[in-house]
Design a protein around this ligand. Structure first.
Ligand code: HAM
Length: 471
């Protein structure tokens, strides 16, 4: 009886169970133990990609420092209603994609699908309206959306985001678009900004009536998704990617004609700032975004694809997006506070960057290593580890491979790592208190006192850098 009552109280609709497909590589090994693979839509980030991730993180950190955004970290898990109220019922993120479950204490919780709602929650909860406005926050972390996996679309992805809370001025929109543009430009990736204004809810409401009227007259030509959107979320009609709906979309009424003076002025000022800053943009009257909280400016960033570049399927999705959300803070229980923000998907940024470098046949720079330590024999290995640690403490980056015993093998590794110098320690050098410094390009070797190796190596590296600059 009690059990039945508890079950009745459950308010979470049972999600449609997706039948787990057998993982092709989950074959048992010789001992009959199955090897694990990833859940659908999840991915590992491997060491081979570390340089790209690090570079994007450093670019974000550098922009945050220059434009004075403070780092905020919010939990991965929040009350589910935080996202329902902010992102909105009727959006794909809330209706189809959120990872929602009941916590052990019965609270309905969700893995965060995005960062804006949490930033706003934190702004209100920590009384940040008492601080100098606007409050500028940035974050970098995982987001979860149960989407249909495809190229550039994962169920766990990483976002870098900037939020400016507490100022309605168009200069804030422009600053965020500039940041978004710089984020890719500083990495050498050409991008373009697509921009639109969605006006305020009253303007949008009037526009929606005209939009629905127009689409109703074309109903029989629409795809099934659009027929559904027509009743549920007409703004999303403009987001349809189905070929049959494109001609209808192109002829649809444009929101810009429904904007009143204030919204028009705001939009014009944002564009004037962008002109002044030299940020290239394309006006996109059909740009609506997939989250309900936006007011006025919305924008997305896309990679510029050269004529001869191959485009991977899915890579034409937005690298990042954002906009103004002047009503969200109040909607979430705070005082009326204007705000705007931008987020970039890092997996998509890394993939676009790789594609760009491949197309241009440029090598993405790795973190340079200063030298390789080769050792021969037990005693030498012991001394080598100590020397590597001493040199590390003095700021030098030394590569090594203790699993290789032959000098030839170790020097081959040094070559493949493109280090300018190898340090060689054998039995004799350990006894003599010396190290051999080998110039990897010329093969010239010099025997030096172990105590002087740090000083001499640094001197050689300075000369090496100067010679490289002259080339
Ligand atoms: P969003 O457009 O939903 O906006 O997501 C931002 C970016 O995250 C996308 O442009 C894309 O690069 C990446 N992204 C989204 N979903 C996935 C996925 N399933 N797999 C891989 N990457 C993905 C927001 O989330 C807003 N919070 C942006 C914002 C900040 N608006 C104002 N402030």
């Amino acid at each position: 009886m009690l059990k039945k009552k508890i079950e009745k109280k459950k308010f979470i609709k049972k999600p449609k169970v997706e039948k787990a497909k057998p993982r092709v590589d989950a074959t048992p090994n010789a001992s009959g133990k199955k090897a694990y693979t990833l859940l659908r839509g999840m991915h590992d980030i491997l060491p081979k990609d570390e340089k790209y991730w690090k570079a994007f993180y450093h670019t974000a950190e550098n922009l945050a420092e220059h434009f004075q955004f403070g780092r905020i970290e919010t939990p991965l898990l929040e009350e589910a209603s935080l996202f329902v109220r902010s992102i909105g019922k009727g959006t794909d993120v809330v209706d189809k994609e959120m990872y929602v479950f009941e916590d052990r204490d019965g609270t309905k919780v969700a893995l965060r699908p995005e960062g804006t709602a949490s930033a706003v929650r934190a702004y209100i909860m920590h009384g940040m309206w008492n601080m100098v406005q606007p409050v500028k926050l940035w974050y970098f972390g995982s987001m979860f959306r149960h989407e249909k996996p495809q190229a550039g679309r994962f169920r766990e992805h990483t976002q870098m985001g900037f939020e400016t809370i507490g100022d309605p001025d168009p200069v804030q929109d422009a600053e965020l678009i500039l940041l978004a543009f710089n984020f890719y430009k500083d990495m050498g990736l050409p991008v373009e900004v697509h921009i639109n204004s969605l006006g305020m809810p009253e303007e949008r409401q009037k526009y929606k009536v005209a939009l629905v009227e127009y689409y109703r007259s074309k109903r029989s030509y629409l795809c099934d998704d659009c027929k559904f959107r027509l009743n549920k979320n007409p703004m999303r009609l403009l987001d349809c990617k189905q070929e049959r709906c494109q001609p209808i979309k192109e002829e649809a009424p444009q929101i810009i004609s429904w904007l009143e003076e204030e919204s028009k002025n705001h939009f014009t000022k944002v564009l004037e700032y962008l002109d002044e800053l030299g940020v290239p943009y394309i006006l996109k009257p059909n740009l609506v975004r997939g989250l309900d909280y936006y007011t006025r400016t919305v924008f997305e960033v896309y990679p510029v694809v050269g004529e001869n570049e191959n485009v991977e399927p899915g890579s034409q999705s937005a690298l990042g997006g954002g906009g103004r959300y002047d009503l969200l803070v109040e909607e979430m229980g705070g005082k009326p506070t204007a705000a705007a923000g931008f987020s970039a998907g890092i997996e998509r940024a890394v993939s676009a960057l790789k594609q760009y470098y491949d197309a241009k046949q440029i090598k993405f720079p790795s973190q340079p290593l200063d030298a390789f330590m080769a050792q021969l024999g037990d005693q030498a290995r012991r001394r080598a580890l100590k020397t590597i640690n001493d040199l590390r403490a003095s700021g030098l980056k030394i590569a090594y491979n203790f699993s290789k015993n032959s000098l030839k093998g170790q020097l081959e590794t040094a070559n493949s790592l493109q280090v300018p110098y190898a340090l060689i320690l054998g039995q004799k050098e350990v006894q003599d208190g010396t190290v051999i410094i080998r110039d990897m390009e010329s093969g010239v070797q010099e025997i030096v006192d172990q105590k002087k190796v740090e000083h001499l190596l640094k001197k050689k590296l300075i000369r090496f850098d100067e010679d490289k600059k002259k080339m």
